[in-house]
Design a protein around this ligand. Sequence first.
Ligand code: MF3
Ligand code: CO
Ligand code: CO
Length: 298
Amino acid sequence: MMYLDKKKLKIGRNDPCLCGSGRKYKKCCLLKGKQPESQSVEAQYFSKYKIRLKKAEDIEAIRKAGRLVLETLDLAESAIRPGIATGELDTLIHKFTLARGATPAPLNYRGFPKSCCISVNEVICHGIPGERILKDGDIVNVDVTSVLDGYFADANKTFFVGTPSADARKIVSVARESLRVGMNAVRPGNTIGDIGWAIQKYAESERCSIVREFVGHGVGFAFHEAPQVPHYGSRGDGVALTPGMVFTIEPMINLGKKDLKVLKDKWTAVTRDSSLSAQFEQTVLVTETGFESMTPYD
Ligand code: MF3
Ligand code: CO
Ligand code: CO
């Protein structure tokens, strides 16, 4: 047996913090007035939130999948023109993905019948590629999720078809900027709620509305993991961001009201008031100092 050493029960101010942050106790949980827990951060995030933090090798693999997703979006962009059917774009994306040794995550996902989502004008998200013909003045979102070497990356962009109207330019610009302000809120010390708060403050200041029913999500090992990432919210709410978290931010922004309905195909979500809706999505990693996009564009 060993005599109890009371000093050993106490963490020194300069000792590594028991929460596993790698910082000194005085600069970490002591500073935050918290009781450090001796479990690793990885174990705590999984047991408390079901969030699976990513390691260096996971991150490199997600980055690779992300590069493929961006190339696929470039391919879609180069094919978009008035007169093309959304189903033709899907075929291009499907073939390109397979040719690169990857698989399209949407295909057969919960019964989804195609390899990507294509959402035109009043379609908010989950548009099923098919017979719809793109026409001059449309806005079209292409959402691509590829699985490469077992890792998932997810990104989307909204494109103009031909010459955009003033309304089209407005909603696409606000949606693009909404993603940007959301990503800029990603850093350790901030929370999931800070991301939604930043987006909501910006988008509503532009008199646009934010869809509530669909949220960003953890991604990497699977298509949709914890946590959920709402695009509205309050500062300081939700899970604290910590290095190794990988999730999407994908605000859906409407020119009119926020309300949606889902069509009889059970997938296509449209604005109730038929107003234009636009979206941009990237997969981001929380780093020690902020974030890194796994699907970097803009
Ligand atoms: N890619 C979409 C997202 O950003 C999800 C599409 S699910 C599908 O989360 F089944 F419609 F493909
Ligand atoms: Co997504
Ligand atoms: Co997506």
